[in-house]
Design a protein around this ligand. Structure first.
Ligand code: CP
Length: 337
């Protein structure tokens, strides 16, 4: 068990060894037990986390802020318009200044081709740990909470388990690629067989697919890609149908920035049958679970009967966002002197 994590940035799970990720999971269970017992665990007393949100959030914002309160510290809820970022202050200067005031910086910036670079630039110049609250490449706070949830439902030996992440039709807006990318790069490291299913235009950033293949090879698990949703669902233990946009495809095709929204939404509207229905859920195993990071586009990407049904674990996932982010905060902002 790796315990020297103080000061380490949490940007992508690929930056952490499997042993370090096990420490996060073990700490998450410890903090979940203490929370259940009502036992105080003020591990970050008087410490400050600066949370910068470039986009909206319900789960990430509230779990991260509640986590700091429960750990005895405080979180500032910031947006670019509350800061000089909106007047062009650089990531370097922002990182250096916030490092003089507190103990951690947490950022959500999902702009395609921008977010991960922005977070890494802040981290390069900050002298306190930086936590990625979702970018265009990874959503590590989500994927680690999902792994915790899967272990709670199926136990620790996940060898041979079939995990399916499938694209879904959700017309409200084009979501980032970071959740599927975060899942395919994390799950194979823990022996899980991953199937990624999507209509051909909804490919992910190539470096994340390459990482998934590499981890699968190293751990002896499988990583498959299909463009058939029914085929993907067959025999699955975990069904994780969720929407994302075709950002990489539009970039590959050279579609101009000004036209991307319309072209992207037209492509989403081509695949209205990519929906998680009760009928499709029956293709999975009898004890299969339904997962979604939320918010879900109810009635479009998933039927209410599925998301509210007995196989759904979406609120367990949402709860585990709290316990896992507290572990990340406590280990990186506190921990061993
Ligand atoms: N799953 C997730 O990140 O939700 P929010 O966008 O509400 O934070």
């Amino acid at each position: 068990m790796q315990s020297m994590l103080r000061g380490k940035d949490w940007i992508e799970t690929v930056d952490w060894t499997t042993e370090e990720l096990e420490t996060v999971l073990q700490t998450s269970w410890d903090l979940k037990s203490r929370f259940a017992l009502g036992e105080p665990h003020r591990l970050l007393q008087d410490k400050t986390l600066f949370m910068m949100f470039f986009e909206q959030s319900t789960r990430t914002r509230n779990s991260t802020e509640a986590g700091m309160t429960q750990l005895g510290g405080h979180a500032h809820d910031l947006t670019p318009d509350k800061m000089q970022i909106s007047h062009g202050e650089t990531p370097k200067d922002t990182g250096k200044v916030l490092s003089r005031y507190g103990h951690g910086i947490a950022i959500r910036n999902c702009f395609y081709g921008v977010g991960n670079k922005y977070i890494r630039e802040v981290a390069e110049h900050a002298s306190i740990p930086v936590i990625n609250l979702q970018c265009d490449v990874d959503h590590p706070c989500q994927s680690i909470a999902d792994l915790m949830t899967i272990r709670e439902k199926f136990g620790h030996n996940l060898k041979g388990m079939k995990f399916v992440i499938a694209w879904t039709y959700a017309p409200a807006y084009a979501r980032p690629l970071s959740v599927p990318q975060g899942l395919i790069t994390l799950m194979p490291r823990f022996g899980i067989d991953v199937t990624l299913a999507y209509p051909k235009e909804f490919n992910l950033i190539p470096r994340t697919v390459e990482a998934a293949k590499k981890y699968a090879k190293e751990s002896g698990s499988k990583f498959n890609i299909t463009h058939n949703m029914d085929e993907a669902f067959k025999g699955a233990h975990v069904l994780y149908p969720k929407s994302w946009g075709c950002h990489q495809h539009l970039q590959d095709q050279g579609v101009a920035e000004a036209d991307r929204k319309k072209v992207g939404m037209d492509l989403i509207n081509k695949y209205k049958n990519w929906v998680c229905t009760e009928k499709r859920m029956k293709l999975g195993r009898k004890n299969a679970i339904y997962m979604h990071p939320l918010p879900a586009d109810r009635g479009a990407e998933v039927e209410d009967a599925v998301i509210d049904g007995p196989q759904s674990v979406v609120f367990d996932q949402a709860e585990n966002r709290l316990h896992t982010v507290k572990a990340i905060e406590a280990l990186t902002m506190g921990g061993r002197p």
